[in-house]
Design a protein around this ligand. Sequence first.
Ligand SMILES: [Ca+2]
Ligand SMILES: [Ca+2]
Length: 153
Amino acid sequence: MPAVPAHAAKTTGDLMVTHVRPNAAGADVKNGKQINLNDEFFVIKNVTKKTVNVGGYVPDITTNTYGRALPAYKLPAGATARVHTGTGKNHKDSKGVHHIYRGYARHVLPNDGRSKTPNLRLKKPGSKDNNAAAGTISSCSWNVAANGKTYTC
Ligand SMILES: [Ca+2]
Ligand SMILES: [Ca+2]
């Protein structure tokens, strides 16, 4: 058996939050404009043996109420998707990683996660973005996130 990390990601549902990059590489703001939004992301994995439509799942960032449900996207069995903060066309890249875009015009994941635990909850479709636990299937916590660094949940 491979060693299991002390804080291994887990889920009680079909999707699991496995990684997060809370702090996009480089500056978040340039000339008063929020930039590099798509280098801020979290990673979800379909832990089932069937395709799951991620549409409607609610990523609830526990320090704000910007939460919008994920767009419809069919994530194959066992596949992983980066869920980007900014705008783009949802797709699968040449390495087999899926990319889903949330369409914000600003960064939404706190670079400093010390004020809350967890920092991100993934909730079942129909759940509220109310910074509370109801509907949570998987979650992620971090501390002070370095520029462009990806963390394991
Ligand atoms: Ca951020
Ligand atoms: Ca929230």
